[in-house]
Design a protein around this ligand. Structure first.
Ligand code: NAP
Length: 247
């Protein structure tokens, strides 16, 4: 129970990696708010599972790409829990196309959710973390932000931008009891990678030293570590969870 009494918000916590993170935090004793965009059913199911563990859970609909929506969400969560100790910026999307075919809308949408979303949510919780002199922020980046990928210029830029922001903010709040870190997953078995064609999938697996995709729980365990007291002296880092794909 490394997170007993902690209050956490996981954006995009209803499915995939976010779901595993929400459950991982709760299983270590945290109360967890689960944000989703469009589908309340999966968020309710995660909340039920967390209550089953004896922790508090709330679900909150919000579009992280819109500042007012993110601000409304964090206000609601702080009202429910009293305060927030942990923010996991996990919500993210892909919209893949070669750069030649990529239109401005696709570029903007991915940057708006993946990068502006991290700014919006962090901005609206940071003051109360500074006031309480405690905070743990983890941003879910990607191996694609580290190495780039064909058809993912928008996604890679958003994730590399998240990491640059992570380091800058880590420096700004280092003396205020707040750590800011990132976890960079490789290819993880979620709906996001289910759309990869079988042939490409086989090629990708062949390029991973461990010869398999990761599980959402592999990422969740890294997040739990970074927000626990075991990682109190770690800030501004990007922890890769990628089976050796990028070293
Ligand atoms: P996923 O299964 O597609 O789930 C996405 C989650 O984000 C859902 O809960 C979704 O809610 C929510 N969401 C989407 N747009 C949102 C918005 N504008 N505002 C609030 N919530 C929003 O994704 P995933 O594969 O678990 O990925 C989670 C994170 O890990 C992302 O940041 C992704 O870039 C990163 N990542 C994933 C992989 C991978 O292999 N899967 C690898 C590296 C990094 P609704 O269901 O309500 O729409």
């Amino acid at each position: 129970m490394r997170l007993q009494g902690r209050k956490a918000l996981v954006t995009g916590g209803s499915r995939g990696i976010g779901r595993a993170i929400a459950l991982g935090l709760a299983s270590e004793g945290a109360d967890v708010a689960i944000n989703y965009l469009s589908k309340s059913g999966p968020a309710d199911e995660v909340a039920q599972a967390i209550r089953g563990l004896g922790r508090k859970a709330v679900t909150v609909q919000a579009d992280v790409s819109r500042f007012e929506s993110a601000a409304g969400m964090t206000a609601k969560v702080i009202e429910s829990f009293g305060h927030l100790d942990i923010l996991v910026n996990n919500a993210g999307i892909t919209s893949d196309k070669s750069f030649v075919k990529m239109d401005p809308d696709s570029w903007r949408q991915v940057l708006a959710i993946n990068l502006d979303g991290v700014f919006n949510c962090t901005k609206t919780v940071l003051d109360q973390m500074i006031a309480r002199r405690y905070g743990r922020i983890v941003n879910i980046t990607s191996v694609i932000g580290q190495i780039g990928n064909f058809g993912q210029a928008n996604y890679a830029a958003s994730k590399a931008g998240q990491m640059a922001m992570t380091k800058s903010l880590a420096k700004e709040v280092a003396t205020k009891g707040i750590t800011v870190n990132a976890v960079a997953p490789g290819f993880i078995e979620t709906e996001m990678v289910e759309t990869i064609p079988e042939k490409v999938r086989e090629r990708l697996i062949a390029s991973i030293p461990m010869q398999r995709f990761g599980q959402a729980s592999d990422v969740a365990r890294a997040v739990v570590y970074l927000v626990s007291s075991d990682a109190d002296y770690i800030t501004g880092t990007e922890l890769s969870i990628n089976g050796g794909l990028f070293m």
